[in-house]
Write a protein that binds this ligand. Structure first.
Ligand code: GLN
Length: 317
Protein backbone atom coordinates (compact mmCIF):
# COMPACT_ATOMS: atom_id res chain seq x y z
CA UNK A 1 0.00 0.00 0.00
CA UNK A 2 1.44 3.33 -0.99
CA UNK A 3 1.75 5.90 1.77
CA UNK A 4 -1.31 8.04 2.46
CA UNK A 5 -0.43 11.73 2.47
CA UNK A 6 -2.76 13.57 4.87
CA UNK A 7 -2.14 17.01 3.35
CA UNK A 8 -3.01 15.73 -0.12
CA UNK A 9 -6.32 14.21 1.08
CA UNK A 10 -7.21 17.38 2.97
CA UNK A 11 -6.67 19.30 -0.24
CA UNK A 12 -8.91 16.95 -2.21
CA UNK A 13 -11.60 17.36 0.44
CA UNK A 14 -11.45 21.12 -0.04
CA UNK A 15 -11.61 20.66 -3.81
CA UNK A 16 -14.67 18.40 -3.58
CA UNK A 17 -16.56 20.43 -0.93
CA UNK A 18 -18.03 23.08 -3.31
CA UNK A 19 -19.76 20.29 -5.28
CA UNK A 20 -22.04 19.69 -2.27
CA UNK A 21 -23.85 22.92 -3.17
CA UNK A 22 -25.05 21.33 -6.41
CA UNK A 23 -26.73 18.46 -4.57
CA UNK A 24 -29.98 18.04 -2.65
CA UNK A 25 -30.97 16.24 0.52
CA UNK A 26 -33.22 13.18 0.16
CA UNK A 27 -36.67 14.66 0.83
CA UNK A 28 -38.80 11.57 0.19
CA UNK A 29 -37.80 10.52 3.71
CA UNK A 30 -38.66 13.85 5.41
CA UNK A 31 -36.40 13.28 8.40
CA UNK A 32 -33.33 13.20 6.11
CA UNK A 33 -33.86 16.87 5.21
CA UNK A 34 -32.59 17.73 8.70
CA UNK A 35 -29.02 16.89 7.62
CA UNK A 36 -26.49 19.65 6.87
CA UNK A 37 -25.89 19.59 3.08
CA UNK A 38 -22.45 21.16 3.56
CA UNK A 39 -21.11 18.19 5.50
CA UNK A 40 -18.34 16.23 3.83
CA UNK A 41 -15.94 13.75 5.36
CA UNK A 42 -13.81 10.74 4.60
CA UNK A 43 -12.18 7.92 6.57
CA UNK A 44 -9.62 5.44 5.29
CA UNK A 45 -8.34 2.16 6.75
CA UNK A 46 -5.34 0.72 4.95
CA UNK A 47 -3.69 -2.69 4.79
CA UNK A 48 -0.62 -1.40 6.64
CA UNK A 49 -2.80 -0.86 9.72
CA UNK A 50 -3.25 2.90 9.38
CA UNK A 51 -6.57 4.63 9.87
CA UNK A 52 -7.19 8.31 9.23
CA UNK A 53 -10.14 10.67 8.88
CA UNK A 54 -10.78 14.13 7.44
CA UNK A 55 -13.68 16.55 7.65
CA UNK A 56 -17.04 15.30 8.96
CA UNK A 57 -16.10 11.66 9.40
CA UNK A 58 -17.56 11.45 12.91
CA UNK A 59 -20.99 12.87 12.08
CA UNK A 60 -23.69 10.17 12.46
CA UNK A 61 -26.08 9.45 9.61
CA UNK A 62 -28.29 6.53 8.60
CA UNK A 63 -26.66 3.75 6.63
CA UNK A 64 -29.64 3.45 4.20
CA UNK A 65 -28.80 1.39 1.12
CA UNK A 66 -25.27 0.57 2.25
CA UNK A 67 -27.03 -1.91 4.54
CA UNK A 68 -27.90 -3.81 1.36
CA UNK A 69 -24.28 -5.01 1.15
CA UNK A 70 -24.41 -6.37 4.72
CA UNK A 71 -27.77 -7.98 3.95
CA UNK A 72 -26.43 -9.67 0.84
CA UNK A 73 -23.35 -10.93 2.73
CA UNK A 74 -25.49 -12.35 5.49
CA UNK A 75 -28.00 -13.93 3.09
CA UNK A 76 -25.14 -15.63 1.24
CA UNK A 77 -24.00 -17.09 4.57
CA UNK A 78 -27.44 -18.21 5.70
CA UNK A 79 -28.52 -19.62 2.36
CA UNK A 80 -26.26 -20.16 -0.66
CA UNK A 81 -25.45 -18.07 -3.73
CA UNK A 82 -27.77 -20.33 -5.76
CA UNK A 83 -30.69 -19.82 -3.37
CA UNK A 84 -30.16 -16.05 -3.10
CA UNK A 85 -29.83 -15.58 -6.86
CA UNK A 86 -32.93 -17.60 -7.56
CA UNK A 87 -34.81 -14.62 -6.07
CA UNK A 88 -32.77 -11.71 -7.33
CA UNK A 89 -30.63 -11.06 -10.44
CA UNK A 90 -27.07 -9.81 -10.96
CA UNK A 91 -27.70 -7.14 -13.58
CA UNK A 92 -27.68 -3.33 -13.48
CA UNK A 93 -31.29 -2.17 -13.63
CA UNK A 94 -30.94 0.96 -15.76
CA UNK A 95 -33.67 2.53 -13.64
CA UNK A 96 -33.80 4.52 -10.37
CA UNK A 97 -33.38 2.46 -7.19
CA UNK A 98 -37.03 2.49 -6.18
CA UNK A 99 -38.55 1.81 -9.61
CA UNK A 100 -41.24 -0.79 -9.94
CA UNK A 101 -39.64 -1.59 -13.28
CA UNK A 102 -36.57 -2.73 -11.35
CA UNK A 103 -38.04 -6.13 -12.11
CA UNK A 104 -36.22 -7.31 -15.22
CA UNK A 105 -39.39 -8.73 -16.54
CA UNK A 106 -42.68 -8.94 -14.76
CA UNK A 107 -42.41 -12.72 -14.73
CA UNK A 108 -38.81 -12.63 -13.54
CA UNK A 109 -36.83 -11.40 -10.51
CA UNK A 110 -35.63 -7.96 -9.36
CA UNK A 111 -32.57 -6.95 -11.39
CA UNK A 112 -30.04 -6.98 -8.51
CA UNK A 113 -29.84 -6.99 -4.68
CA UNK A 114 -29.02 -3.27 -4.42
CA UNK A 115 -32.17 -1.75 -5.91
CA UNK A 116 -35.05 -1.63 -3.47
CA UNK A 117 -37.05 -4.50 -4.96
CA UNK A 118 -34.01 -6.80 -4.84
CA UNK A 119 -33.05 -5.66 -1.35
CA UNK A 120 -36.58 -6.34 -0.12
CA UNK A 121 -36.36 -9.88 -1.52
CA UNK A 122 -33.05 -10.35 0.35
CA UNK A 123 -34.47 -8.78 3.53
CA UNK A 124 -37.32 -11.26 3.44
CA UNK A 125 -34.84 -14.14 3.24
CA UNK A 126 -33.16 -12.74 6.36
CA UNK A 127 -36.41 -12.05 8.22
CA UNK A 128 -37.40 -15.66 7.56
CA UNK A 129 -34.32 -16.98 9.38
CA UNK A 130 -33.00 -14.46 11.91
CA UNK A 131 -34.19 -11.74 14.27
CA UNK A 132 -33.42 -8.08 13.57
CA UNK A 133 -31.21 -8.15 16.69
CA UNK A 134 -29.05 -10.85 15.08
CA UNK A 135 -28.79 -8.73 11.95
CA UNK A 136 -27.86 -5.64 13.99
CA UNK A 137 -25.14 -7.63 15.79
CA UNK A 138 -23.70 -8.69 12.42
CA UNK A 139 -23.54 -5.10 11.10
CA UNK A 140 -22.17 -3.94 14.47
CA UNK A 141 -19.34 -6.47 14.15
CA UNK A 142 -18.61 -5.40 10.56
CA UNK A 143 -18.39 -1.77 11.69
CA UNK A 144 -16.54 -2.62 14.93
CA UNK A 145 -19.26 -0.69 16.73
CA UNK A 146 -20.94 -2.81 19.42
CA UNK A 147 -23.34 0.00 20.36
CA UNK A 148 -24.81 0.32 16.84
CA UNK A 149 -28.37 1.65 17.13
CA UNK A 150 -31.35 2.54 14.95
CA UNK A 151 -32.18 6.23 14.46
CA UNK A 152 -35.84 5.90 15.50
CA UNK A 153 -36.91 9.23 13.96
CA UNK A 154 -35.61 8.19 10.51
CA UNK A 155 -37.13 4.72 10.85
CA UNK A 156 -40.54 6.21 11.69
CA UNK A 157 -40.24 8.84 8.96
CA UNK A 158 -39.48 6.24 6.31
CA UNK A 159 -42.19 3.85 7.54
CA UNK A 160 -44.72 6.69 7.34
CA UNK A 161 -43.76 7.33 3.69
CA UNK A 162 -43.09 3.82 2.45
CA UNK A 163 -45.84 3.51 -0.18
CA UNK A 164 -43.32 2.73 -2.91
CA UNK A 165 -41.54 0.05 -0.90
CA UNK A 166 -44.93 -1.39 0.07
CA UNK A 167 -45.84 -1.64 -3.62
CA UNK A 168 -42.55 -3.36 -4.35
CA UNK A 169 -43.03 -5.81 -1.47
CA UNK A 170 -46.57 -6.65 -2.60
CA UNK A 171 -45.32 -7.19 -6.15
CA UNK A 172 -42.63 -9.53 -4.78
CA UNK A 173 -45.30 -11.40 -2.84
CA UNK A 174 -47.42 -11.73 -5.99
CA UNK A 175 -44.36 -13.17 -7.76
CA UNK A 176 -43.75 -15.59 -4.87
CA UNK A 177 -40.37 -14.04 -4.16
CA UNK A 178 -41.02 -13.14 -0.52
CA UNK A 179 -39.90 -15.53 2.20
CA UNK A 180 -41.48 -13.56 5.07
CA UNK A 181 -44.74 -11.60 5.05
CA UNK A 182 -44.95 -8.09 3.58
CA UNK A 183 -45.03 -6.11 6.84
CA UNK A 184 -42.29 -8.17 8.47
CA UNK A 185 -40.08 -7.73 5.39
CA UNK A 186 -40.64 -3.96 5.24
CA UNK A 187 -40.00 -3.55 8.93
CA UNK A 188 -36.73 -5.53 8.76
CA UNK A 189 -35.58 -3.66 5.63
CA UNK A 190 -36.45 -0.20 6.99
CA UNK A 191 -34.80 -0.89 10.35
CA UNK A 192 -31.66 -2.03 8.50
CA UNK A 193 -31.66 1.24 6.51
CA UNK A 194 -32.07 3.26 9.73
CA UNK A 195 -28.94 2.05 11.51
CA UNK A 196 -26.82 5.00 12.62
CA UNK A 197 -23.19 5.04 11.48
CA UNK A 198 -20.32 7.40 10.75
CA UNK A 199 -17.83 7.35 7.88
CA UNK A 200 -15.35 5.91 10.38
CA UNK A 201 -17.65 2.98 11.14
CA UNK A 202 -18.28 2.32 7.46
CA UNK A 203 -14.57 2.41 6.65
CA UNK A 204 -14.13 -0.55 9.03
CA UNK A 205 -16.87 -2.39 7.13
CA UNK A 206 -15.15 -1.42 3.85
CA UNK A 207 -11.80 -2.70 5.16
CA UNK A 208 -13.44 -6.02 5.97
CA UNK A 209 -14.78 -6.28 2.41
CA UNK A 210 -11.37 -5.27 1.08
CA UNK A 211 -10.05 -8.40 2.79
CA UNK A 212 -7.82 -6.53 5.20
CA UNK A 213 -6.99 -8.54 8.29
CA UNK A 214 -9.39 -7.75 11.15
CA UNK A 215 -6.59 -7.34 13.65
CA UNK A 216 -5.42 -4.31 11.73
CA UNK A 217 -8.76 -2.59 11.87
CA UNK A 218 -9.54 -0.71 15.03
CA UNK A 219 -12.48 1.56 15.65
CA UNK A 220 -12.91 3.71 18.75
CA UNK A 221 -10.22 1.86 20.64
CA UNK A 222 -12.26 -1.23 21.45
CA UNK A 223 -10.11 -4.29 21.93
CA UNK A 224 -10.86 -7.55 20.08
CA UNK A 225 -12.18 -8.90 23.40
CA UNK A 226 -14.95 -6.28 23.28
CA UNK A 227 -16.13 -7.45 19.91
CA UNK A 228 -19.24 -9.56 19.63
CA UNK A 229 -19.11 -13.28 19.05
CA UNK A 230 -20.08 -12.91 15.38
CA UNK A 231 -17.97 -15.06 13.06
CA UNK A 232 -16.26 -12.58 10.77
CA UNK A 233 -14.54 -14.97 8.41
CA UNK A 234 -15.09 -13.79 4.84
CA UNK A 235 -15.76 -16.44 2.21
CA UNK A 236 -13.77 -15.38 -0.89
CA UNK A 237 -16.71 -16.38 -3.09
CA UNK A 238 -19.06 -14.07 -1.15
CA UNK A 239 -16.48 -11.29 -1.26
CA UNK A 240 -16.22 -11.67 -5.04
CA UNK A 241 -19.99 -11.55 -5.47
CA UNK A 242 -20.37 -8.42 -3.31
CA UNK A 243 -17.50 -6.51 -4.90
CA UNK A 244 -18.59 -7.40 -8.44
CA UNK A 245 -22.14 -6.23 -7.82
CA UNK A 246 -20.88 -3.08 -6.09
CA UNK A 247 -18.72 -2.32 -9.12
CA UNK A 248 -21.58 -2.81 -11.61
CA UNK A 249 -24.68 -1.76 -9.60
CA UNK A 250 -23.55 -0.10 -6.35
CA UNK A 251 -24.28 3.46 -7.41
CA UNK A 252 -27.45 2.72 -9.40
CA UNK A 253 -27.47 4.73 -12.62
CA UNK A 254 -24.21 6.38 -11.63
CA UNK A 255 -22.37 3.03 -11.46
CA UNK A 256 -20.94 3.07 -14.99
CA UNK A 257 -19.53 6.57 -14.78
CA UNK A 258 -18.01 5.91 -11.35
CA UNK A 259 -16.49 2.63 -12.61
CA UNK A 260 -14.79 4.54 -15.41
CA UNK A 261 -13.71 7.53 -13.32
CA UNK A 262 -12.80 5.96 -9.95
CA UNK A 263 -12.72 2.26 -10.75
CA UNK A 264 -13.55 1.10 -7.22
CA UNK A 265 -16.35 -1.21 -6.05
CA UNK A 266 -18.66 1.09 -4.06
CA UNK A 267 -22.11 1.32 -2.49
CA UNK A 268 -24.07 4.46 -1.73
CA UNK A 269 -27.00 5.30 0.53
CA UNK A 270 -29.41 8.25 0.51
CA UNK A 271 -28.22 9.13 4.02
CA UNK A 272 -25.09 10.44 2.25
CA UNK A 273 -22.65 7.59 2.81
CA UNK A 274 -20.50 5.84 0.24
CA UNK A 275 -18.51 2.70 0.99
CA UNK A 276 -15.60 2.14 -1.41
CA UNK A 277 -13.07 -0.64 -1.63
CA UNK A 278 -9.55 -0.88 -2.90
CA UNK A 279 -9.31 -4.69 -2.86
CA UNK A 280 -6.60 -6.00 -0.56
CA UNK A 281 -5.40 -2.49 0.20
CA UNK A 282 -7.93 -0.12 1.68
CA UNK A 283 -11.43 0.39 2.99
CA UNK A 284 -12.76 3.89 2.45
CA UNK A 285 -16.00 5.61 3.42
CA UNK A 286 -17.23 9.10 2.66
CA UNK A 287 -20.14 11.08 4.06
CA UNK A 288 -21.85 14.00 2.37
CA UNK A 289 -25.67 14.12 2.50
CA UNK A 290 -26.18 16.37 -0.55
CA UNK A 291 -27.17 13.94 -3.32
CA UNK A 292 -27.04 13.96 -7.13
CA UNK A 293 -30.01 12.99 -9.33
CA UNK A 294 -29.20 9.27 -8.90
CA UNK A 295 -29.39 9.52 -5.11
CA UNK A 296 -25.61 9.32 -4.61
CA UNK A 297 -23.57 11.71 -2.45
CA UNK A 298 -22.34 14.35 -4.87
CA UNK A 299 -19.38 15.45 -2.74
CA UNK A 300 -18.50 11.87 -1.85
CA UNK A 301 -18.38 10.81 -5.49
CA UNK A 302 -16.20 13.77 -6.44
CA UNK A 303 -13.86 13.12 -3.53
CA UNK A 304 -13.48 9.42 -4.34
CA UNK A 305 -12.89 10.16 -8.02
CA UNK A 306 -10.18 12.69 -7.18
CA UNK A 307 -8.59 10.36 -4.65
CA UNK A 308 -8.54 7.41 -7.00
CA UNK A 309 -7.15 9.49 -9.84
CA UNK A 310 -4.44 11.02 -7.67
CA UNK A 311 -3.28 7.66 -6.31
CA UNK A 312 -3.83 5.53 -9.41
CA UNK A 313 -6.35 3.36 -7.61
CA UNK A 314 -8.52 2.35 -10.56
CA UNK A 315 -8.70 -1.40 -10.02
CA UNK A 316 -8.60 -2.11 -13.77
CA UNK A 317 -6.10 0.62 -14.55
N1 GLN B 1 -34.33 3.34 2.74
C1 GLN B 1 -34.17 3.87 1.42
C2 GLN B 1 -35.30 3.40 0.52
O1 GLN B 1 -35.79 2.32 0.71
C3 GLN B 1 -32.85 3.45 0.86
C4 GLN B 1 -32.57 4.02 -0.52
C5 GLN B 1 -31.12 4.33 -0.77
O2 GLN B 1 -30.33 4.55 0.14
N2 GLN B 1 -30.79 4.45 -2.03
O3 GLN B 1 -35.70 4.09 -0.37
Amino acid sequence: MQEIKPAAIQQLLEEAAPYCEQGELASYIPELTKADPQHLGIYLVTSDGKAIGFGDYQVPFTIQSISKVASLLLALRLYSPEEVFSRVGMEPSGTPFSELSGFRDLADTPANPFINSGALAVASLLANKISFEEYRAFVAALCHKPQLIITESVYRSEMAHSERNHSLAWELKRMRLLSADVEETLDFYTKACSLSVTAQDLACFAAYLAGICQAQVDNSGSSPADQSQVDLSLDPEHQKICLSLMFTCGLYDGSGRFAVKAGLPAKSGVGGGILAILPGQAGIATFGPALDHNGNSIGGIKLLELLSEQNDWHCLG
